[in-house]
Design a protein around this ligand. Sequence first.
Ligand SMILES: Nc1nc2c(c(=O)[nH]1)N[C@H]1C(S)=C(S)[C@@H](COP(=O)(O)OP(=O)(O)OC[C@H]3O[C@@H](n4cnc5c(=O)[nH]c(N)nc54)[C@H](O)[C@@H]3O)O[C@H]1N2
Ligand SMILES: Nc1nc2c(c(=O)[nH]1)N[C@H]1C(S)=C(S)[C@@H](COP(=O)(O)OP(=O)(O)OC[C@H]3O[C@@H](n4cnc5c(=O)[nH]c(N)nc54)[C@H](O)[C@@H]3O)O[C@H]1N2
Ligand code: SF4
Ligand SMILES: [Mo]
Length: 754
Amino acid sequence: MLLGIPVKPFPSYRAAKPPPRQAYKRAHKQAHKEVTMSTATVTCPLCEATCGLQVSLDGHRITSVRGDDKDVFSAGFICPKGASLKALHEDPDRLQQPLVKRNGVFEPVTWDEAFAEIERRLPPLIAEHGKNSVAVYAGNPTSHNLGALLYGRVFYKALGTQNMYTAGTVDQIPKHFSSGYLFGEPLTIPIPDLDRTNHLLLLGANPLVSNGSLMTAPDARGRLKGIRERGGKIIVIDPRRTRTAELADEHHAIRPGTDALLLAAMVAVLFDEGRVSLGRLAEHVNGLDDLRACTAPFTPEAVSANVGIAADDIRRMARELAAADRAAVYGRIGTTAQAFGTLASWLVDVLNVLTGNLDRAGGAMFPLAAAGQTNAQPGRNRGFIHGRWRSRVRDLPEVMGELPVATLADEILTPGEGQVRALVTIGGNPCLSTPNADRLTEAVQQLDFMVSLDVYLNETSRHADVILPGPPPLARAHYDVVFYQLAVRNVANWTPAVLESDLPQEWQTLLRLVDVVTGQGADADVATLDAFVAGEVARRAGLDVALAGDRTGPERLLDLMLRAGPYDITLADLEAEPHGVDFGPLQPRIPDVLGTPSGRIELAPDAIMADLPRLTAELEHPPNGQLLLIGRRQLSSNNSWMHNLAPLVRGGNRCTAQMHPADASRLGLVDGALAVVRSRAGAVTVPVEITDAVRLGVVSIPHGWGHDVAGTRTSVASAHAGVNSNVLADQLLLDGLSGTAVLNGIPIEVEPAG
Ligand SMILES: Nc1nc2c(c(=O)[nH]1)N[C@H]1C(S)=C(S)[C@@H](COP(=O)(O)OP(=O)(O)OC[C@H]3O[C@@H](n4cnc5c(=O)[nH]c(N)nc54)[C@H](O)[C@@H]3O)O[C@H]1N2
Ligand SMILES: Nc1nc2c(c(=O)[nH]1)N[C@H]1C(S)=C(S)[C@@H](COP(=O)(O)OP(=O)(O)OC[C@H]3O[C@@H](n4cnc5c(=O)[nH]c(N)nc54)[C@H](O)[C@@H]3O)O[C@H]1N2
Ligand code: SF4
Ligand SMILES: [Mo]
């Protein structure tokens, strides 16, 4: 299965526990006779950067993981997480068998036994209480897993529940919302053309650490440095002086949650000073006058105290943006997972439009991916709507078919018609990653039934009745259907499975679940259902399914998607190019890319304007000295789930509360001392790290920690526990429009512990 290198099949990779040394050596020797040393070329599936990696193998043993110098996109870049794919593959805590909880204790079982248990408990529950009684939570890794992505959708459809939740409502849904209404489709997201821009205004993003998000750009550092090397300018807006801020020309420590005010003021300056210059966009835009009118009150002087940036600086930033020949405004999670996430996301692109930078080289552009590009078919002017249904307890609108995860606990805990009684998690750890984590943890214990598709027995899956593990990254084929739609170049790269696994692929597990919930029974032939799914994909693309030959599963679907795509390419073509195929820099796509009913960019859509009164009201509330909590991503973390790998938790405790020296001394806190951090939702006790990198009045705690709970099987993570910052996130604080949780700008109190 190694790319381009003919090798005999590997012996089955069977390792419930790490095999005893002797046995391992024997197996290894045996393998050595059959297979030589070899190298496989893969795409790292751990984050959005899609780096190409070279995995060296000695038989079925991984000897090293390095960046692939020949990768058309990443050119050798690798980060500590990619390098730890070996550790992940070999982690003895990673689940190798399904687990079923009996009398409160997990027992390893066969796949048939696991499915028998699901069949015994799930369909009767649906029959009695209806499909909405089952909730799904799909986590971040499902977007990075081809099988889970493509076949997860089949499962959600088969289940038909309105109680669909994902990590999106603790992440990027505001951007989908604003893009949906501005451009007509939620995935029509403008991406900063990093390699050609000469001016980048970057808000609430730290790509030097996160490696880029809603901006697939391997080696973000190199690409950002490139901007400065060609004489361009980078401005970072962030309450914390991040690594990205350190690399930039200018950094402004904004007050958390006020980006919409800042951006509205920049818009107001452009109108006021006659600097709006739409260029070729002029004939593709609606709503300019409404936009001018509604942003007029937000002068730099009016917002300055709230935003914490001088009015002169705001005015100058607007002028520089307008004057730059190729500029892009880009905002990420600091601008989405906050109180005005949708307004901020909207205003980011409003600025790109008003300065004529949308859809031009060096501005903010629309990628055209080889497969699955949602906005590539002409004649799709249906527009976007949200709120097609609402959550039962808090009456929150659906966005893109999902409800805010901040209200999942309400749906479980509140009795009545439509109450959630069962939960399926797929690659998600909501007990660590979503608001009021303590309350959700309490809620999931009251479920009648819970299934987790997960690779670990962790803070969330410990509450499941059945855990179904999937194979590790190097034992599954991969292609980034989602992230190539958000990439700074149009590229495509296919990865076959490099190593074998005894675990079924997750697409097979998901199809088996489909058979269970649709009444076919867990023993139904998955291949039949898979053929049906492929037939549907082919039919919708107007293709003959036979074109994909004897491929099955995600490979067949991807082959069909590539054939239906814009580049006249097949999976076989990608198989022949282990370092990827480069289709070149992004190209202008307006007007074809627009899917609004008017066929134009809707600069002032009602659905977004509806939230402006709330922003206006902010002007009446100058800062009151309240401490505000923000997050902090860390290079060696991947949200909550890679802390079980020793190479990624080396060094001291990273889970600290960073605070400004003046705040610390006012509160009587010294560096390293324990502090109690309290919000309306909960409290944690955490060591203080005093640093002037954070703004006065701001405290930063990373999320994804808090591994010191009973009943998990993550020995390394448990020994490097940290605290769960989402105990502090308040389930009642949401971005008004999108239902996305406020994870940045949570009001808190801090005091010395004990
Ligand atoms: N306070 C605060 N909270 C945040 C954030 C923040 O900035 N601040 N960020 C938010 C964001 S952006 C996100 S995306 C979410 C992430 O939230 P989640 O997606 O809920 O959390 P992860 O930590 O990514 O957990 C992924 C889970 O998937 C499992 N897993 C890993 N690989 C696989 C696989 O191949 N198959 C399966 N089935 N399971 C797998 C892991 O063991 C883990 O249990 O967290 C959010 N939470
Ligand atoms: N190493 C690593 N990489 C990751 C992840 C990880 O956990 N670790 N997670 C992945 C995921 S799921 C995602 S979604 C991406 C996220 O990618 P990014 O958004 O680039 O990630 P962050 O580092 O959280 O950057 C957010 C920044 O916003 C700042 N901020 C907080 N509040 C505000 C505010 O109100 N306004 C402004 N302007 N800034 C604010 C924070 O200080 C922080 O520097 O990263 C991905 N990459
Ligand atoms: S930056 Fe992301 S894709 Fe690249 S090696 Fe690191 S985790 Fe993998
Ligand atoms: Mo995320």
